[in-house]
Structure formats: structure tokens, C-alpha cells
Design a protein around this ligand. Structure first.
Ligand code: NAG
Ligand code: NAG
Ligand code: NAG
Length: 261
């Protein structure tokens, strides 16, 4: 008798037990849902904390829209807010070798500065002033070797400027414009603001008659292959530009380039 399965034929026996066990089951069910809610809240908090840490720690990414926005916020106004004249970065005024008879130029040579890598108008201006003093005092050059320099924040800095001979590329200074990007582009990447303003500068050069409308852009190492300049990341970006063309004047000297039609 006692071996009969519970609840089979004993109306007074296991009935209350069943009730208790239902109650137990009910209460354990609500415990389970309580813990599920708790776990969900905990997980949610962890996700929020993780997101906060992620966005705080990672900082700005290269090529991010933040960076583009920043490069559009020039710290000056006027018709060419992207261009910083020598007087604006407080460079010494220098008597340059004028190149008038060679204009319009057909060749644009891009280099990187390797050292430095300033990211705003103040620090770039300071870097230019230091560079100017250094090349004049220690190297005996008349000025910064480039015609123009471009900071990480996108401003274009006038160095020797349009109309003067640079000292950036041996044998090619009197038939080209030399532009130096601040920083080491084997390590850092150029951002879109820098490339955008390189194009603005060159369009402006064409408009003013300093650059031929069919000018070509090359990297320093296209002329001197033993060099790494302008750094692999900038070089890769230059190759995407419609005006990039390393073949057009390959192995030609300045006389030949200027005579080319
Ligand atoms: C350009 O410079 C080269 C040497 O770097 C020189 O031989 C040539 O005569 C110069 N040409 C002009 C037009 O200044
Ligand atoms: C440029 O190359 C041509 C052809 O090789 C040569 O006749 C001329 O002397 C060169 N000019 C300069 C300035 O090196
Ligand atoms: C003017 C200038 O900075 N020229 C440099 C271009 O890059 C090469 C390689 O880094 C240097 O050797 C040049 O001096």
C-alpha cells in the first residue's frame, strides 16, 4: 500500500503536498525571474561602463569625421582661411631667389618633415620659426627648404611661397614646387583635411599662374628612389590623387621638364 504511487488513490495523502510543491514551484519561478531581471540590469550597467571607458580611452581615430571637422575650423577668416602667411606665423622675412622666368611650373614634389608633427596653428607656427632659425644658423640656408608646409590640423603654411626657388629636392628646385607635410608618415596617416587643402593650394597656384594646369604631383622618392620620403602612408594617399603621375617626368632633368609641352 505504501508503495502505491503518490496521488494515485489517496485523496487525503499527497494532495496538500502537491499544493505546497506548486507553491514552491511558483516561488522558485519568481526567484528565477527576479535573478534574470537582476542579471539583466547588471549586464546593462556593465555594457554602459564598458562603452564609457571605450569612448574615453580610445581618443580620436585618424581620418575620423571629428578630425575633419576640426580641420575645417580654421583659426582665421578671410578668403583663404586655410592659408597662413609668413607674417602670420611670425617668420623672418627673407629675400628669396625668384623664379619668374620658369613659371608656370609643371611639377609638385611632396616631402615629409619626419620630425615634429604639430597639430594647431600655434604649435605649427612655433615649429616653423624653430626650423627657420635652425636652417639659417646651423646649415647656412637662406630659409626653410619648402615652398609650403602643411600641419596635421590642415593649415597650409607659406614658407618660401610661390615665386621663389625652394631647397627641397636637389637638381629639381628651380622647376618644381616643394611641399612638406609635418610629421613622420611612415608612422602617422595623413587626414582628409590635409589632402583637401593641398588641392586648394594647388588650384590656387594654377589660378595665379604659378602652376601649369597640367601639373603633376610626385613623392620625393619618385625622384630620389633611395629615400623613404614622403613616408608610406602619405605616399599611398598621393597615389590616389588624379594629378599624381610619377611616369610623366621620370628621369628627366629640369631643362627637359620645362621644355616639355
Ligand atoms: C636649374 O637648376 C639647374 C641645376 O640645379 C641648372 O643647371 C639650370 O640651369 C637651372 N635652370 C634654370 C632655368 O634656372
Ligand atoms: C638635361 O638632360 C639633357 C639630355 O640628357 C642634357 O643635354 C642637358 O645638359 C641636361 N641639363 C641639365 C641642366 O642637366
Ligand atoms: C626639405 C626636406 O625636408 N627634404 C627631405 C625630404 O625627405 C628626405 C627623406 O626623409 C630628406 O632626406 C630630405 O632632406
Amino acid at each position: 500500500m505504501s508503495n502505491v504511487a503518490p496521488g494515485a488513490s489517496q485523496p487525503n495523502g499527497p494532495a496538500p503536498r502537491t499544493k505546497i510543491s506548486v507553491k514552491e514551484r511558483l516561488s522558485s519561478k519568481s526567484n528565477v525571474s527576479k535573478s534574470i531581471i537582476c542579471l539583466s540590469i547588471f549586464a546593462l550597467i556593465m555594457v554602459v561602463i564598458a562603452l564609457i571607458i571605450y569612448y574615453t580611452v580610445r581618443g580620436p581615430r585618424p581620418n575620423s569625421t571629428d578630425e575633419e571637422k576640426k580641420t575645417d575650423q580654421y583659426s582665421q577668416t578671410g578668403p583663404k582661411p586655410w592659408l597662413v602667411h609668413t607674417s602670420d606665423w611670425k617668420g623672418l622675412s627673407v629675400k628669396h631667389v625668384l623664379l619668374k622666368r620658369n613659371y608656370p611650373l609643371k611639377l609638385v614634389i611632396i616631402n615629409h618633415s619626419v620630425i615634429g608633427g604639430c597639430t594647431n596653428k600655434n604649435s605649427c607656427s612655433e615649429e616653423l620659426r624653430k626650423m627657420q632659425l635652425h636652417v639659417q644658423k646651423d646649415l647656412g640656408w637662406i630659409d626653410i627648404p619648402y615652398n609650403f608646409a602643411i600641419g596635421r590640423e590642415g593649415h597650409v603654411y607659406e614658407a618660401r611661397g610661390w615665386g621663389s626657388e625652394g631647397a627641397h629636392t636637389l637638381h629639381y628646385n628651380n622647376c618644381s614646387v616643394g611641399i612638406g607635410f609635418f610629421g613622420n608618415y611612415n608612422v602617422i596617416r595623413p587626414n582628409r583635411g590635409q589632402i583637401m587643402n593641398l588641392n586648394k593650394l594647388l588650384d590656387d597656384g594654377v589660378r595665379q599662374g604659378y602652376l601649369d594646369r597640367n601639373y603633376v604631383i610626385v613623392g620625393y622618392k619618385d625622384i630620389w628612389p633611395s629615400s623613404e620620403s614622403p613616408g608610406k602612408n602619405l605616399y599611398a594617399e598621393l597615389k590616389k590623387l588624379p594629378k599624381y603621375n610619377a611616369e610623366r617626368y621620370r628621369n628627366m632633368n629640369c631643362t627637359q621638364i620645362m621644355e616639355d609641352t
